[in-house]
Each structure stands twice: as C-alpha cells, then as structure tokens.
Design a protein around this ligand. Structure first.
Ligand SMILES: Cc1cc2nc3c(=O)[nH]c(=O)nc-3n(C[C@H](O)[C@H](O)[C@H](O)COP(=O)(O)OP(=O)(O)OC[C@H]3O[C@@H](n4cnc5c(N)ncnc54)[C@H](O)[C@@H]3O)c2cc1C
Length: 417
C-alpha cells in the first residue's frame, strides 16, 4: 500500500512514521519552500508521548522538552486558585512535555528522513486536488519554484494540511472560513529565571477578559539553571473583523503590553516577558465546526485539517499524533484502504469532535471568571471565594478538554500493529 500525506506538520510527519512502522509506504508533501522550526511552545500530553515513545522517539523528546510537573491557575494578581499535577505525577506511564513546536517538528522530520529515506518528504510541493477511482487516488501537486504540476498515484491520500486544508475543502466544499470567538493571542519565547516548580504551566486570569499563560520549554536551558519561557497573552477583543489566521504573523509589543502592564506577581514579571521576547507572534483563537464525516473511500483527514480546536486543552498537536497512530493501525489491519479509513474515522471522529466542542465551551474558564467577579482585588484563601463543590468541578473541566483516564491509557494495548 502506498500513502500520500499532504502536510509535513506534527500530524503529517507522525503519520509517515506510524505508517512506516506498520509496513506501509508513505510520501509526505508540504507546500512550504523549506521546513523550518517555526512556532513557539506546545504541550504534548501523555497520550501523544506514549505514541511517540512507541515510535522510538522517547529519548529525543526527553532531551529537548520539559516534563511538565503541574498546571496551575492563578487570578490576575498571581494568587493561586487551583493546581493539577501532570504526566507521571498523576500516574501516567508517560510524561507530559512542554516543548518548542519547531524542535518537535524537526525531531519528527529527521526520523522520517532517516527511516523512510531522504526523499520521503518533499518540501515546496503543494497539494492542489485529487481524483479517485476504484483502484487508486491521483493526487495533483504543484512545484512551488517551477510552477510545474504533476500527479502522484497512491492507494490512500491523507489530508494533514492544517487549518486551511485543501483536501478538506475538496471533500467538504462550501465550508465557511475558520470561526473566531473574539480572543486574540500574542505569543513569544524569552529566556528568564525558572519560576514556581521550574516545570509549571502557569495560567493567570480568565479568557472572558485577559489571560496569560507561561511555561518553560527547553531542557537545555534548564540544565544551565535557566528557563526558556513560552508565553501566550490572550485578550478578548470587542467584535471586530478577523483578518485571516496565520501561525507565523508578527505581532506588535504595543498591541499587547498595555493590557498586562501591571501584571507583576513577584514570582512572574509579565511585562518583562512581553518586552523581552525577540519576536512576538499574533494569532486569533479559531476553530471550525466539527464535521459529521472526514472522508470517503481512499481519502481522509488528520490533525488540524480534520478538527482544528482552540488551544484551551493543550491538545491540538497531541490529538494529531494519536490520529496518526490510529490511522496506521487501522490501515494495517484492514482488507482494503476504504475499510481501513472507515475504521480510523469510526475510532477517532466522535471523541475528538467532543474535545473541539469542550474547548469552545471553556468549562474551566467559567470558574476562573467566577473568581475574578467575586474577588476582583484578589484573595487570601480560595476557599473564601469558591465552594468545595465548585473547586471540584475544575477537575471535571480539565478532564473534558485535556486528559484521558489514567488507567485506561496505561492499560490500553499498543497501537503498533
Ligand atoms: C508554521 C506553524 C507554526 C505553528 N506554531 C504553533 C505554536 O506555536 N503553538 C501551537 O499551539 N500551535 C502551532 N501550530 C499549530 C500546531 O502545529 C497544530 O495545531 C497541531 O500540531 C496539529 O498539527 P497538524 O500537523 O495537523 O497541522 P499543522 O502543524 O498546521 O501542519 C500543516 C502542514 O500542512 C502544510 N500545508 C498547508 N497547505 C498545504 C498544501 N496545499 N499542500 C501541502 N502542504 C500544505 C503546512 O505548510 C504545514 O506544514 C503551528 C502550525 C504551523 C503550520
């Protein structure tokens, strides 16, 4: 079986590695002229770390990422509301990693080239369309530098081409543009002093107004006694026009700093993080409505192409990795490509669509907003602000957007065919 994967992001490269491990031949195309380590930090949850570890990348992740110790919420004054231990600290057999997205992509790319061959990933090659027959799928591509178009013939086409997926557009014509809920995110990376446990994902404020997220993403910096701090500043803007969403768009310090100018917590100096970042990126928090089906016959979708979601549960990259493994597992066991893709979709679509909707619903944010309404000037004891029952609902909120059951993940059989 031969598979063409459109898109060499986290999902597409994970798919190539998973297919190869299942004995299936894969070629990956990407429209970017060259694959560079773009982006800032992301979190890889234990369910994704398990899959990448079983693909033989555990040591590479450990050398680069920070094994996240806890996720902790604070009010906009830096008072701790609630915390949730992460990864191995709550019994998962695999850690959660906070890691640079570009470094993760380069780890995956190097592994694909080493295992599948130097030509397995073709940059500068854009997907432009497909046509399907009973025996194959013909994938039309355009070489970006020469403009020459050609056709790749395969048994299966996987659209892992992200938020603006061309494969999705052909499968589901007439979809509206990505949906924006009004939150703008500015993101940056800056070296600084370690804070809290040194491995904490800290979330301050609430999305209904202003929110600031900070976490360290580099093991190398940690070994030097420093922290490479990834930050995300989120601002709910009054209804305004959304001018597209581009992961690599440069933002301006003057657009974000005024909102957070007095956010100095003692343990974290937010204005210093904002002004210290060599480059600020600007990205609106967008998703798309869940699809009732992803593909038909020999064509399917994976990762953001299938289910773009708000980064509320730190789950976009992780779900793409799990998609990739289930796809390969299902194709390897099926009698025909169509049966394999149907099995993949049946295993993944319902659960991941529920995560998209849970992220949009932002259940934890309602509690954070409650704290800011009841105690706008801060508090000494969170028990004076939220009842025990309200505090307990944090766990449920986190579970809905982020984490599978510990015992279920630990005991599930491997997806290696
Ligand atoms: C440049 C970039 C930077 C990012 N930075 C961050 C970040 O800092 N934090 C974060 O949380 N998330 C970031 N993301 C998104 C994050 O990687 C995804 O949400 C998640 O990892 C799922 O990955 P994916 O592989 O499904 O999609 P993506 O990572 O978006 O990858 C899609 C790939 O498809 C390629 N592609 C698009 N159109 C075509 C086409 N017509 N033909 C061939 N290839 C095509 C793109 O070049 C890209 O490499 C970024 C994505 C990109 C593309």
């Amino acid at each position: 079986m031969r598979v063409v994967v459109a898109g060499a992001g986290i999902g597409g490269l994970s798919a190539a590695l998973s297919l190869h491990a299942a004995g299936i031949d894969a070629t990956v195309i990407d429209s970017a002229a060259s694959l560079r380590p773009l982006g800032v930090g992301i979190n890889l949850m234990p369910h994704a770390v398990r899959e990448l570890t079983e693909l033989g990348l555990g040591d590479a992740l450990e050398a680069t990422g920070i094994p996240t110790a806890e996720m902790a919420h604070f009010d906009r004054h830096g008072n701790r509301i609630w915390g949730f231990a992460s990864g191995r600290n709550i019994g998962y057999r695999w850690p959660q990693y906070s890691i640079h997205r570009g470094e993760l992509q380069m780890i995956l790319l190097a592994a694909v080239r080493a295992r599948l061959g130097p030509d397995a990933v073709r940059a500068g090659t854009a997907f432009t369309g497909f046509s399907e027959s009973a025996s194959q799928v013909a994938v039309r591509v355009r070489d970006r530098s020469s403009g020459v178009t050609s056709v790749l013939r395969a048994d299966v086409l996987v659209g892992a081409d992200g938020l603006y997926s061309g494969v999705r557009a052909q499968l589901h014509p007439g979809e509206p543009p990505p949906r924006w809920g009004g939150i703008m995110m500015w993101r940056g990376v800056v070296e600084g002093a370690p804070f809290l446990t040194g491995r904490t994902v800290a979330v301050a404020g609430a999305n209904a107004a202003l929110k600031f997220v900070a976490y360290p993403i580099s093991r190398q910096a940690e070994r030097r006694g420093r922290a490479l701090i990834n930050w995300v500043a989120e601002v709910m803007l009054p209804a305004s026009h959304l001018d597209g969403a581009d992961w690599d768009r440069t933002g301006r310090v003057e657009d974000v700093l005024p909102w957070f100018a007095d956010w100095k917590f003692g343990w974290l100096d937010v204005p210093a993080l904002i002004t210290g970042a060599p480059r600020i990126l600007e990205y609106p928090m967008v998703d798309r409505d869940p699809l009732p089906s992803w593909g038909t016959g020999r064509v399917t979708l994976l990762g953001d192409a299938a289910h773009p979601m708000y980064p509320i549960g730190a789950n976009g990259g992780s779900q793409a990795v799990v998609d990739a493994r289930v796809l390969a597992w299902s194709l390897a066991r099926a009698a025909t490509p169509a049966e394999g893709l149907a099995g993949y979709e049946a295993a993944r679509l319902g659960g991941v669509n529920a995560i998209v909707l849970a992220c949009r619903d932002m259940p934890a944010d309602r509690l954070l907003q409650m704290v800011s309404t009841r105690a706008p000037d801060g508090f000494d004891r969170i028990e004076d602000v939220l009842s025990a029952a309200e505090l307990a609902t944090f766990d449920q909120a986190y579970q809905a957007t982020t984490l599978p059951d510990v015992a279920a993940l630990n005991s599930r059989p491997s997806l290696t065919p």
